[in-house]
Write a protein that binds this ligand. Structure first.
Ligand SMILES: [Zn+2]
Length: 272
């Protein structure tokens, strides 16, 4: 880029590309304008994640904020058991004790954030590609029907983790925007140690267009919840360490002039 002015750069790209670029900017601006008008107060929110700890990593601070300050009711659906990929073959007997501890950790994390409800399933860890997508979709459909949410948070579809990808695909399929569909908004979050590890050549990058400014207490609750997970927490500079989570929240915050924030991507929102 050295020596190239923006004007020179624009002259170098084709008229078609310029048009596409303009349309992308207009679309983003339109989405952002809509978001300013989007009110998350008192919503029933379903948070659909692949593993225990994902409910904290990308969205824990925001959930804490929405539950404490915006009167939202949040149900977390954890699809996978999150443990058995640590051995070469899936052996639930071998990991029995760890699986029990992991489930207990979910409750501690729930307490830190204040989630009103949690459902836990046991799809095989890092093997979501070995089950029919339909089986995962059926679970999400059942949870949707029981909880009746209008808003869903889930994984970014371009994460490096196969379970995250399949969770995203299942949510999108389970929420086809037909007239009777009650879920009006689908938002994806970034998962430190997953989203940023995608190959740079893969076009499915996480590009945030929705930010939630957070208070110090929201980030503290998120970190406390994450530290509940004995098998998942790590020391700095791992992305799941307390320091790294705080740094990411600060980085997302400074992007919007706030001390802390979490960043999201809106997949779809339908005006009601
Ligand atoms: Zn995960």
């Amino acid at each position: 880029m050295v020596g190239l002015s923006l004007l020179t750069l624009l002259c170098c790209i084709s008229a078609t590309t310029q048009k596409e670029f303009k349309q992308a900017v207009l679309s983003l601006t339109h989405n952002l304008k809509k978001l300013n008008e989007m009110n998350i107060e008192s919503k029933r929110i379903l948070l659909v994640v692949a593993h225990p700890d994902d409910e904290l990593l990308g969205v824990g601070g925001t959930m804490h904020h929405l539950i404490k300050n915006k009167q939202c009711t949040v149900k977390v659906v954890i699809l996978g058991e999150g443990i058995t990929s640590r051995s070469d073959t899936r052996d639930t007997e071998k990991w029995k004790q760890a699986l029990e501890v992991h489930r207990e950790n979910i409750k501690q994390a729930q307490k830190a954030i204040g989630f009103q409800e949690v459902s836990i399933y046991d799809f095989a860890d890092n093997r979501f590609d070995t089950v029919a997508l339909l089986d995962i979709i059926k679970v999400i459909e059942k949870e949707k029907e029981a909880f009746n949410p209008t808003f869903i948070f889930t994984h970014h579809g371009g994460d490096v983790n196969i379970d995250h990808q399949r969770t995203f695909e299942a949510v999108i399929t389970a929420c086809r925007p037909m007239k009777e569909e009650k879920v009006k908004t689908i938002v994806t979050f970034e998962t430190p140690s997953g989203t940023e590890w995608r190959a740079s050549t893969d076009p499915r990058h996480f590009v945030p267009n929705f930010f939630v400014p957070l208070a110090k207490e929201d980030i503290a609750a998120k970190i406390k919840g994450m530290e509940s997970y004995e098998f998942e927490k790590r020391a700095y500079p791992h992305p799941r360490s307390p320091q790294a989570l705080r740094i990411l929240a600060q980085q997302r915050g400074v992007m919007i002039g706030a001390e802390y924030a979490e960043a999201f991507n809106i997949v779809r929102t339908i005006e009601v």
